[in-house]
Design a protein around this ligand. Structure first.
Ligand code: ADP
Ligand code: ZN
Length: 603
């Protein structure tokens, strides 16, 4: 907008200047009296006129007293003829010096040519301006690509070492080879070995993919270039590709080195499956990455490490030999690794002597390295707010829950009626969890809200498990329905508080049928293609089954849910007195820990 108005301004100024030029040329600038022809005639007969200069139809008159005047005649009529017609006698006429001025050659030229040439000049100027505008935008796009690539994060001296990554021993082992190569490529090339040029780190966020990639650079003491796939997805088509080119060019100059591409799934999505949007841009960027990687001379000393948590959506072209043919999977840390990660991050924090990081690790199954680091940080913040000098178990447990569910909402005002409903709802979950052998044991029940939840029942698995039997899932569904069913049983009505429970229960039931083949009447197969298309933020499964199968899947899901529901209803009815007792204690104390809970259940 600003640019356009500036151009318009230039044009306006241009025209005003031309206008002024013309008016000066025609002498309109001087202060000259305009007189009628009759007056001129009178002046001539009165012998007042000294000279008349005739310039086509304009008569410039000089009087004997020095004054200047101006008048007009018809251009076709000659002045003498005119004066004659007005009855000026020839002797009076001869007394006046009449100077007929023919237009100069330059003037003639301008007057004849200008009307044709001027529009052409104006149009040419317009086109030129417009072209310049477009070029400017292009230039900016190019510069944009470069500036972004220029601030690609380059670290010459990475201090991260493998010792800074706790656990993840398999991943470290895989990557040690890469480190050895970067340190001493000759050892490998002498034996004719082809070193992988691409390594793909797979795992959900927070598992330490970036950390590991940096550790590889740190161990090998080579520069580390990092860029995120999501940064590539810019608005100008072609910018991403130019940035990739630029990045690899810089890397080649500094080889051996590491290029780290975070979130490669942002550009490396299966081609042809994108829906709308910056599809083209992604494809070009991805193609450029592939071209660059294919263009490596064997053993060029550049190793590209890419990270993603969505291996299922990656373009198969990325995984071909010579590209990201090494894949390193990162899993959620197990008990020992969690303890190691906690130790690492606790090193800089004052812990009270009784603190057992082993206990903290036991309470945090499924936590990623980033979550654990966050737990220690939150615990330190809590300790500081309490003005204590060392972190105790209480702060650590509080921090675990905060990381898991969001901060406590003690100040939220709830009515007594609501409080009662929440107490029964949570008591419902807890009772079912307690009496079902397959479900995870209860560690804490509370009616103090946290994050989205009004209250919650904290259950933790006794050990890290990777395989779960069908009964585990059915029991989990029962526990999830426990809150809803307790409300139903006690108040004869349910509230909106059960919605997320229902969603999770439905999700488990769906997985039982579609992913785990645990429904006997649907046969041993999975349903729904795992290649998901993300559309408007929702994962839309590719349906690889018929409409009638879809109906059977729905029926099977409902079947599982009803089975779990019946079990839960039965348990609640049998243990109604325990339900009432738990709800009563919850209303009094708001929070019940595992020992007290176990005590109550035994009584
Ligand atoms: P990702 O790239 O997989 O999302 P990051 O490498 O960014 O994860 O990890 C985030 C943070 O979590 C790290 O900076 C580190 O503090 C912590 N972390 C994750 N995994 C580990 C680990 N195995 N050992 C120590 N710290 C870890
Ligand atoms: Zn609930």
């Amino acid at each position: 907008m600003k640019k356009i108005s500036k151009q318009v301004l230039i044009f306006v100024v241009f025209f005003i200047l031309i206008g002024l030029l013309f008016s000066f040329a025609s002498g309109a600038g001087k202060k000259v009296e305009d007189i009628s022809l009759e007056k001129l005639v009178t002046q001539i007969t009165n012998n007042e006129v000294a000279s008349i200069e005739v310039n086509k139809e304009i008569l410039s008159i000089k009087l004997k007293n020095g004054a200047e005047q101006k008048s007009r005649k018809e251009p076709s009529e000659s002045l003498t003829e005119l004066l004659n017609n007005f009855g000026v006698t020839p002797d009076k006429m001869t007394a006046v010096k009449i100077d007929i001025k023919a237009p100069s050659e330059g003037e003639l030229f301008l007057l004849n040519i200008l009307p044709f040439v001027l529009p052409i000049i104006i149009i040419a100027a317009l086109i030129w301006f417009m072209m310049r505008g477009v070029q400017g935008a292009n230039n900016k796009a190019m510069m944009f690509g470069q500036t972004q690539a220029r601030d690609v994060n380059k670290e010459d001296k990475v201090k991260t070492k493998f010792a800074d990554v706790a656990g993840a021993s398999e991943a470290k082992q895989e990557l040690t080879e890469i480190v050895e190569f970067l340190r001493d490529p000759k050892k490998f090339t002498d034996l004719g070995a082809r070193i992988p040029s691409g390594v793909l780190l797979l795992g959900r966020p927070g598992l330490g993919k970036t950390l590991l990639a940096r550790a590889v650079a740190g161990e090998a003491e080579v520069p580390f270039y990092s860029i995120s796939g999501s940064e590539f997805v810019e608005m100008f088509v072609g910018v991403g590709a130019s940035r990739v080119r630029d990045l690899f060019k810089k890397a080649k100059k500094n080889a051996p080195c590491i290029i780290f591409i975070d979130e490669i799934d942002a550009v490396g999505r299966r081609r042809g499956s994108g829906m709308g949007g910056s599809h083209d841009e992604r494809e070009q960027t991805l193609n450029q990455i592939l071209v660059e990687m294919d263009g490596f001379e064997v053993n060029s000393g550049i190793i590209v490490i890419a990270a993603t948590n969505r291996p299922d959506v990656l373009d198969p072209a990325l995984l071909r030999p010579g590209r990201f043919d090494r894949q390193v999977f990162l899993e959620a840390p197990d008990l020992a690794s969690r303890e190691a990660i906690l130790k690492l991050h606790a090193a800089s924090k004052p812990l009270a002597p009784e603190v057992s990081l082993h206990q903290v690790a036991k309470r945090t199954p499924g936590f990623s390295g980033a979550d654990l680091a966050n737990v220690l940080n939150e615990a330190a913040i809590l300790t500081a707010r309490l003005n204590h000098s060392a972190i105790t178990m209480a702060e650590l447990f509080e921090a675990i829950e905060k990381v898991m569910m969001g901060p406590e909402k003690k100040s939220r005002i709830i009515t007594d009626e609501e409080k009662k409903i929440i107490a029964y709802h949570e008591a419902g979950h807890a009772i079912i969890a307690n009496f079902l052998p397959g479900a995870d044991p209860v560690h804490k029940v509370t009616i103090i809200g946290r994050g989205q939840a009004g209250g919650y029942t904290l259950k933790l698995p006794t050990e890290d498990r990777h395989l779960h039997p069908k009964s585990y899932f059915l029991d989990e569904i029962s526990v999830l329905l426990g809150g809803y069913l307790a409300e139903q049983l006690v108040f004869g009505e349910v509230t909106t508080g059960a919605s997320s429970d229902l969603r999770r229960a439905t999700d488990i039931a769906r997985r039982l049928v579609t992913d785990y083949g645990m429904s006997p009447d649907l046969g041993l197969r999975s349903f729904g293609d795992k290649e998901e298309l993300i559309f408007m933020g929702h994962a839309a499964h590719d349906r690889d089954y018929s409409e009638s199968t879809a109906e059977r899947i729905d029926a099977a899901m409902i079947g599982f849910i009803n089975l779990s529901r019946a079990k839960a209803e039965e348990l609640l009815a049998t243990h109604r007195h325990k339900l009432d007792l738990l709800a009563k204690v919850l209303l009094e104390k708001e929070t019940i820990d595992k020992p007290e809970f176990d005590q109550l259940m035994k009584a």
